[in-house]
Design a protein around this ligand. Structure first.
Ligand code: ARG
Length: 639
């Protein structure tokens, strides 16, 4: 007897086909089962596409097979019997189509409802992962690019956490570097006594940055002082460190507001943290013979790139790349991460390619992309305004991210009041709902696109309650919950009565077994026919309680929905392995469409199938909520 689904339907089928392939072609051990969902559901649910590939290998050699169709026939014939398969057929040049059994689908859903959605979590082979995301630069603007990094990074971290992986959420803030000399010097000028410095006094840190830059570019004496300040800071002089810490603190309180709104957890380990590790990291690379002199700087050349990675500047200072090398060393050796994921815009692709290539040359990372530890750069496109240009707000040159979120929320609030005049919202309910829907809409609008493309930021589009938006999805979920509520049935009670707890199942399974053994003995000794009859009936009874569906997928609308629910397991796994959250969004949107299809065609409350259908509603709501959770969206129950 089994629990949940051991892997997604696709993985389970792959296991069965693997057995068949080994029997069909015992010599071709390097062929892995190629399983994909059927394009046309008329032919089946999944298909195995190995016949053609196998044919190209055995053609001319085999006496057994004369064409790919025959291989397909053999693959089909050698498939081990399984309760999950209802039937199979051959199509075209040897595709083996498989139809899953309705009972098996139903059973998987029941098990999930009983044992929890965690049983459908992706299974990954890593234990600890660093996700380096958000990472704004101190005193400079935190722009929509950082918002994308924050949103996508948080989702990837959530998916990994759901997969039982330990995630180190790292905010690699730009808190070190030569720009601090200028900022500190400017701070000393404006506030000779550092005691009075605080965010009110400085006001807008970005404006402060710009003003100090003007000063830096316009006054050679100031410039010189600023350069000396960098040296003093890096030498650890107290006065300078204090000024630096002050500037960081003010900046931090700004971007932490964004994280708070979005509900994003991050641990700051900025560039300054890795500074002490740079000399050692460079020394290791030097020992491997990687570092050479080039035009007065120290650089690493990597294959296929014309420009080298500069690791020590001409003035002897370290830079972004030296910091990233030290951070990579630290994450691999001190934090023992097996997978390190970096989120930045696609513009930094080159930097990361060189960084990873250098680490491979040094032997820090294995060659090739499939072995662990590994690194991945998750690049994303630009955020565009509705005019097709880089996104900016009208009022200021740079977008104030918190204002953006606040606007999404207040637009939602207006819409909620408009929709639900009869709904008697308490102020707190209204506020919480507007927040969930507004912030959820901003996140979903970003995540639903393939991240590598640019996306257009439009409040009107993302807050539309029709179409592929968070608003539509959140409403769909709330509606399902209200169907369940209005049925007057307690879903937890239903689950208790209809879905036996797994321990009880084990006890029954044991009882059935013992019963069989005892009666078997009696049969041998006494009346065969009579006892055989008893056993047959008891077995039917026993297996009924154990296996047969409480959920019944007889209607096509129910079956399509049921199968799609099951596929959550494989979509979740594919999204995280490919680092593409848009796959999960697409899944979620389709789920709500299939639910609508089911609900328009199948009466739930008051029908003969009420219990089964309520359980199907509940399973849909559970899966939707898990998708929301992975996307960082808070579900709502009243709309
Ligand atoms: N601070 C950088 C920026 O704003 C992003 C840092 C990304 N992480 C890293 N380890 N380089 O562009």
């Amino acid at each position: 007897y089994d629990r949940g689904i051991a892997g997604s339907p696709k993985q389970q089928l792959a296991k069965l086909f693997e057995v068949s392939l080994r029997v069909t072609a015992p010599e071709e051990l390097d062929i892995d089962p190629a399983i994909a969902p059927c394009q046309n559901s008329k032919f089946g649910d999944y298909q195995c596409n190995n016949a053609m590939g196998l044919w190209s290998k055995v053609k001319g050699k085999s006496t057994q097979f004369k064409n790919p169709q025959q291989i397909g026939q053999a693959i089909k014939a050698n498939l081990p019997a399984s309760e999950m398969i209802d039937g199979s057929s051959i199509a075209g040049p040897g595709f083996v189509n498989v139809k899953l059994s309705d009972q098996w689908i139903a059973k998987c859903i029941q098990n999930m409802l009983r044992d929890g959605i965690e049983t459908w979590a992706p299974k990954l082979s890593v234990k600890r992962v660093v996700v380096d995301f958000s990472s704004p630069n101190i005193a400079k603007e935190m722009h929509v690019g950082h918002l994308r990094s924050t949103i996508i990074g948080d989702t990837l971290a959530r998916m990994l956490e759901f997969s039982n992986v330990e995630v180190l959420r790292r905010n690699h803030v730009g808190d070190w570097g030569t720009q601090f000399g200028m900022l500190i010097e400017f701070l000393f000028e404006k506030f000779p006594s550092l005691e009075v410095v605080n965010d009110q006094a400085i006001g807008d840190l970005e404006a402060f940055y710009k003003a100090s830059k003007v000063r830096f570019d316009g006054d050679p004496a100031f410039k010189e002082r600023a350069q000396r300040a960098v040296v003093s800071l890096q030498a650890g002089e107290e006065k300078y460190l204090k000024a630096w810490a002050e500037i960081c603190k003010i900046s931090r309180s700004g971007y932490e507001k964004v994280y708070e709104h979005l509900g994003v957890q991050l641990e700051e380990k900025g560039e300054s943290f890795y500074n002490p590790y740079i000399p050692n990291a460079l020394e290791l690379l030097n020992k491997e013979g990687l570092i050479e002199d080039s035009e007065g700087a120290r650089v690493i050349f990597v294959e296929g790139k014309k420009i080298p990675l500069i690791v020590v500047k001409r003035d002897g200072g370290y830079n972004y790349a030296s910091t990233d090398l030290a951070a990579l060393w630290y994450r691999l050796n001190e934090e023992k991460a097996e997978w390190i994921i970096y989120l930045t815009d696609v513009g930094q692709r080159e930097h990361f390619e060189m960084l990873f290539a250098a680490a491979k040359r040094a032997g820090w990372l294995p060659a090739g992309d499939s072995k662990y530890p590994k690194t991945s750069h998750v690049g994303f496109g630009l955020v565009l305004g509705e005019d097709g240009k880089r996104f900016r707000t009208r009022s200021t040159e740079t977008v104030k991210l918190v204002d953006l979120l606040t606007e999404a929320k207040s637009r939602c609030k207006t819409a909620l009041i408009e929709r639900g005049k009869d709904k008697a919202w308490t102020e707190e309910e209204l506020d919480k709902t507007a927040e969930a829907v507004g912030y959820g809409a901003v996140k979903y609008a970003d995540l639903k696109n393939n991240r590598t493309t640019n996306y257009t930021f439009s409040f009107d589009q993302m807050l539309n309650d029709k179409g592929n938006t968070a608003v539509y999805l959140l409403y769909a979920h709330a509606r399902i919950c209200s169907i369940i509520r209005k049925s007057g049935k307690d879903i937890e009670e239903l689950k208790k009565v209809w879905l036996l707890p797994s321990k009880l199942q084990a006890v029954i399974a044991f009882a059935v077994l013992s019963y069989d053994v005892i009666f078997g003995l009696i049969i041998v000794l006494k009346d065969w026919n009579a006892f055989h009859y008893c056993i047959r009936n008891f077995k039917t009874l026993g297996s009924y309680t154990l296996w047969t569906g409480k959920i019944d997928l007889a209607h096509p609308g129910e079956r399509v929905l049921g199968l799609h629910l099951l596929q959550f397991a494989e979509v979740g796994e594919e999204s995280i392995t490919n680092l593409l959250p848009n796959g999960l969004c697409e899944y979620l949107y389709n789920l709500s469409e299939y639910f609508t299809g089911f609900y328009t065609n199948c009466q739930v409350v008051g029908s003969a199938e009420e219990t089964s259908r309520l359980l199907l509603c509940e399973a849909t709501a559970v899966v939707m909520r898990k998708c929301f959770h992975l996307l960082g969206i808070t579900p709502v129950y009243k709309i």
